[in-house]
Design a protein around this ligand. Structure first.
Ligand code: ARG
Length: 459
């Protein structure tokens, strides 16, 4: 097979070299973007009189047929044609001869590949965002069912203060809302049309770049041809947004793994989202959560990989940049697999409310509220802190807790105490008393659930 760029060559490429530098095995997934971009390009060439209208029409029509044939599995790509761009151009030329050869007027694969990957990423951002919305809606519903589910909140993985399961779950909703917005932001900078940058120095043809941008749904055009072909910031931004998203999923998975352990017993995973052991009959393992946590590592790897690939590249295009795609694609695939698994795993979790409640009652999660009670009686906070600290130590030494101390035991440490302290340190009260924006009280959490519902409806 002769190469589209074969003119200045006399020898053949080594067959292993063909295999080595070919990208068709992975960039084939951009066939639709490549064809759609070419249709817009040829229509613009026709409209500008750079090629004839009838040639543009024939090119456009044939490209559509090629698209259909690809989708019906009728086309086999050829490694020797290197990449998706040259595979499609070759097929076009095979079908309509000389007319097909006019398509690449005023264009280089360098701006073509930049266009294709931008179009591909735009499509995938939208798909990932709808998966995030699904997840958030589902978490918001889980929160709705758990506004009264008291659990211990932790710092340093030590029981700290009582919160509710709804409050905890909604913390993740905030993270996923930011992930959504980060992707919207990435989309903005991806939505800029690079065609017309040529190989690096634009072209001598009177291209109508705005027309192409409009036809392909881009906001605007790139403003410097060198940057147009060598910018991969949007790929890095995408990988960054996906890495942070995976980090959030991974943190939640870590908690799911802990909570489903015998030590915590806060939740039970549905059989559909756990696995057994081949040797230990009693095991029910949180494999899906572990896998999502594990896959986070590779998504970070793709980000670091591309940053490293780009860091030493002189302007403008270098073939190193072909290495952008596999990581971007793999990160997208990974996230698109993890999100629905995660959504369904959480949706089907059995919340062991009683165990959460019992854990909240232990571990002195009401100690801050006991100190706050003293403050309300006029004791300075630092003194109150010290008094409750002593009481906690007393409880630890006597294997009891603040709720079960007698009023005499309280009074021995400070005469300020009276019976009303017992009510103030009930975990339910501790939660309800935090009735401020951002807090765990049922009243505020119900407001937040509504805020979220409105937010999701506006997306
Ligand atoms: N397959 C190449 C890539 O993914 C397309 C651009 C190639 N351009 C070139 N001049 N070799 O980056």
């Amino acid at each position: 097979m002769s190469k589209l760029w074969g003119g200045r060559f006399t020898g053949e490429t080594d067959s292993f070299t063909d295999h080595f530098h070919s990208s068709i095995s992975f960039d084939r997934r951009m066939y639709k973007e490549d064809i759609t971009g070419s249709i817009a390009h040829s229509a613009m060439l026709g409209a500008q009189g750079i090629i004839s209208e009838s040639d543009a029409e024939l090119i456009g029509r044939t490209l559509k047929e090629i698209l259909e044939d690809i989708e019906n599995g009728k086309i086999e790509f050829d490694e020797k044609a290197e990449d998706i761009h040259m595979n499609i151009e070759t097929i076009l030329i095979e079908r309509i001869g000389d007319v097909g050869k006019r398509l690449h007027t005023g264009r280089s694969r360098n701006d073509q590949v930049a266009l294709d990957i931008r179009m591909y990423i735009k499509k995938e951002i939208t798909a990932i965002q709808s998966l995030i919305t699904e997840l958030c809606k589902s978490l918001n519903n889980t929160a709705k069912e758990n506004t009264d589910t008291i659990m211990p909140g932790y710092t340093h993985l030590q029981r700290a203060q009582p919160i509710t399961f709804a409050h905890h779950v909604l913390a993740y909703v905030e993270m996923f809302k930011r992930d959504y917005e980060r992707l919207s932001d990435t989309y903005k900078r991806t939505n800029i049309m690079p065609l017309g940058s040529g190989a690096l120095a634009a072209t001598t043809y009177p291209l109508d770049r705005e027309m192409v941008a409009k036809a392909l749904g881009f906001d605007s055009i790139t403003l410097n041809s060198l940057d147009g072909v060598s910018d991969r910031d949007f790929c890095i931004e995408l990988l960054n947004a996906l890495s942070i998203l995976m980090m959030h999923l991974s943190r939640f998975c870590e908690e799911i793994i802990l909570w489903s352990s015998h030590e915590f017993k806060f939740i039970e995973l549905d059989d559909a989202y756990s696995t057994g052991s081949s040797i230990m009959p009693q095991k029910k393992n949180p494999d899906m959560a572990e896998l999502i946590r594990g896959k986070t590592g590779r998504v970070y790897g793709y980000l670091i990989g591309l940053l490293t690939t780009m860091k030493g590249l002189p302007l403008a295009y270098n073939k190193d940049m072909q290495e952008d795609k596999e990581g971007v694609f793999a990160a997208i695939d990974t996230v698109k697999m993890c999100l629905p698994v995660f959504t369904n795993m959480v949706k089907t979790i059995k919340v062991r409310k009683n165990n959460m409640y019992e854990a909240a009652k232990g571990g002195f999660t009401n100690a801050t509220d006991a100190a706050d009670w003293l403050v309300k009686q006029g004791v300075p906070f630092r003194d109150a802190h010290a008094i409750i600290g002593k009481l906690v130590l007393y409880c630890i030494n006597n294997d009891t807790n603040l709720d079960d101390l007698s009023i005499e035991e309280y009074k021995k440490i400070s005469p300020v105490f009276d019976e009303s302290v017992y009510d103030a340190i009930k975990v339910e009260k501790c939660v309800e008393a935090r009735n401020v924006p951002g807090g765990p009280s049922k009243e505020y959490i119900e407001k937040l659930i509504l805020i979220n519902e409105k937010y999701f409806a506006s997306l």
